[in-house]
Design a protein around this ligand. Structure first.
Ligand SMILES: *Cc1c(COP(=O)(O)O)cnc(C)c1O
Length: 382
């Protein structure tokens, strides 16, 4: 199917068919896995289809990158060996003296890059509390070179207005980037909303089975920025294995079904937690009184699979809840089919910015009723 036809499909069809053309050599319905690290030239010394060496490109990786570009509505994408390798590639666009704006509530590993690595390169980091959806857009000023968004934020699930922020970034001459890990392109397409770049940790919902570490950068248009990202992939060298790309394509096939089930269960869990006497408050953008609800309703197809909440109790009571579930596994990460529970202050260690009683849930695709019953049982331990 040609890309323009593919891109017009409903996302449920798109995820099944992106990158699924039968193998021309054999007719195999599922893409072949090419593990080769190097590629023979033909009799005239020419490369076949530009394949030279496995770090630069690989047929399985190329097919996966094109599939993700179709899904993201991107001009192109580059796959990386982890989400943080992808975010590093984006930060490698910056020169000494550059200024980056990032939300104060963000994925902890991106925070480590901006706290530990960027200052060593002479890059200044400006943090903005994203509690109001337009907080970042309003804080952008000339002299900011790159604006980093993550919405919903992590772990507080604050919402940033992507379109307004990308527009303010463009007016200031800054590159706008959205970390779309927690939404996936099925829920929010940051490039359509005006971002220059979207990054993903594909370790989460794209892989979907907690068995891959991977990342991706997608760009709205070809040009110098896209070229720098390709260079960061090839010469920075943080590339994924062909097998991981192959598994990620398999993950894609069920992603629409999974993402819907995650969102449905997250809603059941959020609503049940909100009624629970041992819960102080619940962070979930689907609630009408969430400060980002109206923007979330506009820029998200579902309200996502994450729910955070504050236990009515101290750190010890919170630890008992996080250790007291049977279906929710106490582990970090998100986006896998299985539900995970995490006491964020413990996970983040001494540098934590999370309240001592905050728990983050990655709500899986089990039965919603079973998940609510599991949390009920754990909350009785407060
Ligand atoms: C997990 C995650 C990352 C980092 O990805 P890795 O694959 O773990 O390197 C970045 N951003 C968000 C929002 C994430 O959840």
């Amino acid at each position: 199917m040609d890309p323009s036809e593919l891109r017009r499909l409903d996302p449920h069809s798109l995820v099944v068919h992106a990158g699924l053309e039968p193998d021309p050599a054999t007719g195999a319905v599922v893409p072949p896995l090419h593990m080769a690290s190097t590629f023979a030239r033909d009799g005239q010394g020419a490369l076949r289809d530009d394949f030279l060496y496995g770090r630069a490109d690989n047929p399985t990786r190329r097919r996966y990158e094109h599939a993700l570009a179709d899904l993201e509505g991107a001009a192109g994408t580059a796959a990386f060996g982890s989400g943080l390798a992808a975010t590093s590639a984006v930060f490698s666009l910056l020169k000494p003296g550059a200024r980056v704006m990032i939300p104060s509530d963000r994925y902890v590993g991106v925070g480590m890059q901006t706290q530990l690595i960027l200052p060593r390169w002479g890059v200044e980091v400006v943090e903005v509390d994203p509690v109001a959806p337009t907080a970042m857009a309003e804080a952008i000023e000339p002299g900011i070179d790159l604006v980093w968004m993550e919405t919903p934020s992590n772990p507080r699930l604050a919402i940033t207005d992507i379109a307004a922020t990308a527009e303010a970034a463009r007016a200031a001459g800054a590159i706008s980037v959205s970390d779309g890990t927690c939404t996936t392109p099925l829920v929010t397409r940051g490039l359509d909303l005006g971002c220059d770049l979207v990054v993903h940790s594909t370790s989460k919902y794209v892989g979907g089975h907690s068995d891959i570490i991977g990342g991706l950068v997608a760009w709205r248009e070809e040009g110098a920025t896209a070229e720098r990202i390709r260079e960061a992939q090839c010469f920075g060298g943080g590339v994924p294995s062909p097998f991981d790309c192959w598994l990620l394509m398999r993950g894609l096939r069920t992603m629409a079904l999974r993402v819907e089930a995650h969102a449905r269960n997250a809603e059941s869990v959020a609503r049940a937690l909100r009624e629970h006497p041992n819960v102080e408050s619940v962070m979930w953008p689907g609630f009408e009184d969430h400060p980002g609800h109206a923007v979330a309703a506009r820029q998200m197809r579902t309200f996502g699979g994450l729910v955070s909440f504050l236990v009515r109790g101290d750190a010890d009571a919170t630890a008992r809840v996080a250790a007291g579930t049977r279906l929710f596994t106490p582990a970090t990460s998100l986006g896998g089919v299985e539900s995970l529970i995490e006491h964020r202050a413990v996970a983040e260690g001494d540098a934590t910015r999370s309240p001592a009683n905050l728990i983050r849930l990655s709500v899986g695709i089990e039965s919603g009723e079973d998940l609510v019953a599991d949390l009920d049982r754990a909350l009785a331990l407060v």
